[in-house]
Design a protein around this ligand. Structure first.
Ligand SMILES: [Zn+2]
Length: 403
């Protein structure tokens, strides 16, 4: 699956997790919750919108963290026939970007199979549109102050049952979202950029899963792609939960590695991968020096809202330098509030060393974001090198051996 297909088809966190599982199964990874036969290349586990992958190699652990969810509109639907769909915000999306564009209804429904409640992934085969008010009827009068309950309702149909239109008429409940549906496309004079929804943060998910498949690691390596980063991570599938430690514990058991997962993680090294703000040349005034540029390499992110410190920054820069991967450093405008990532969450829940990095991109949280294809390639190359490099953490030293 190419990054373009992955971005286009992973409409929701559930679809992203399923697509990762498909990539991993195809590469010879075994579902750790299924029957494991032979000698699998590695293991994976899906839990709702989160997905974890690992390749075993002893007690030392290196982890790449990312998130599968992106801002969108959550559908408020409780059955029955409707003509417009009620929504509410999921995460901090740029509302005006959802107007007048191709959207789909996607997510999961719950079916009652003879007393067993099961999830089924759904995606509408039809598109919907959220109409803006025409300019002659006062559009712009309320500028950017769009009300979700008034302005963010997709036109659905005459009077339809949503579950029926999704081919799930027996659904008893659902987690459904109204999501941008445009296919990813190349932009720029030489097609050097890719534009699509969900670049934050599916390019990191894609890069970490591609890297763990391609790498030849000597230590235990993990790709942990969590749901619910956009709403604070404090859910069962979020980065504050114990799913990662439970997964590593089961990988150790499967490999008969005599180690405690919680201790191994606390002594490990993690890279938290999430979108970084690239220089928007239409608005140079919002950057104070150090604005990363698209095509300039992977961004090391420095701010109190990130987990990067001098030691982890130096370690990642060195690993990437040895692999021939260009890096650039980002300091957020000190007079503006910086966004957060799951880097700090991992640092304080796992206790490991963490560096926050990411691909520079434009229009973060818009329905159409843009990044340079070469930076996505650099990220994959850098994460592959990270997985292949022996990293030994002892107190406040990090030993790097790329041989
Ligand atoms: Zn993000």
């Amino acid at each position: 699956m190419t990054v373009s297909e992955f971005l286009s088809k992973s409409y929701t966190c559930y679809h992203a997790a399923e697509n990762c599982a498909k990539m991993l199964a195809k590469a010879g990874f075994a579902d750790i919750d299924g029957k494991i036969s032979g000698n699998p290349k590695g293991y994976f586990r899906v839990r709702g919108g989160s997905v974890f992958a690992a390749r075993a190699g002893g007690k030392s652990i290196k982890v790449v963290l990312s998130h599968t969810d992106s801002p969108c509109l959550r559908v408020r639907y409780n059955g029955g026939e409707v003509t417009v769909l009620e929504t509410e915000k999921y995460g901090g999306g740029l509302l005006r970007s959802y107007l007048d564009r191709k959207m789909k209804i996607a997510g999961r429904v719950i079916l009652n199979n003879g007393g067993t409640l099961v999830s089924k992934l759904v995606c509408s085969d039809f598109n919907v549109v959220i109409p803006s008010l025409a300019v002659h009827l006062g559009a712009g009068a309320h500028g950017e102050t769009l009300d979700v309950s008034r302005d963010m309702r997709p036109v659905f149909g005459g009077s339809e049952n949503l579950y029926k239109t999704l081919g799930a008429e027996n659904a008893v409940d659902s987690d459904l979202y109204c999501v941008p549906a445009d296919e990813a496309f190349k932009s720029g004079a030489h097609g050097e950029y890719i534009s699509c929804a969900r670049i934050d943060n599916l390019v990191s998910v894609y890069a970490s899963v591609s890297a763990i498949i391609a790498a030849q690691p000597k230590q235990t390596v993990v790709a942990a792609c969590f749901n619910n980063e956009e709403t604070g991570s404090e859910t069962r599938e979020g980065a504050t939960a114990g799913l990662l430690a439970a997964f590593v514990s089961d990988v150790f058991k499967a490999e008969k590695t005599d180690a405690c997962a919680v201790t191994a993680l606390s002594e490990g090294f993690a890279i938290s991968c999430d979108g970084a703000h690239a220089l928007n040349r239409n608005h140079p005034e919002v950057y104070v020096n150090n604005a990363p540029v698209m095509g300039g390499g992977v961004v090391i992110k420095r701010n109190d809202r990130y987990a990067t410190d001098a030691l982890t920054s130096a370690a990642v820069k060195e690993i990437f330098r040895l692999a021939g991967v260009q890096t650039q450093t980002y300091y957020h405008n000190p007079d503006m509030r910086c966004g957060s990532t799951i880097g700090l969450t991992a640092a304080h829940t796992l206790g490991c060393h963490v560096c926050d990095i990411g691909v520079p991109q434009l229009s973060m949280h818009s329905a159409l974001e843009t990044a340079a294809l070469c930076d996505i390639e650099s990220l994959t190359k850098g994460l592959t090198a990270f997985y292949e490099t022996e990293v030994t953490v002892k107190n406040d030293t990090v030993k790097i051996n790329d041989k």
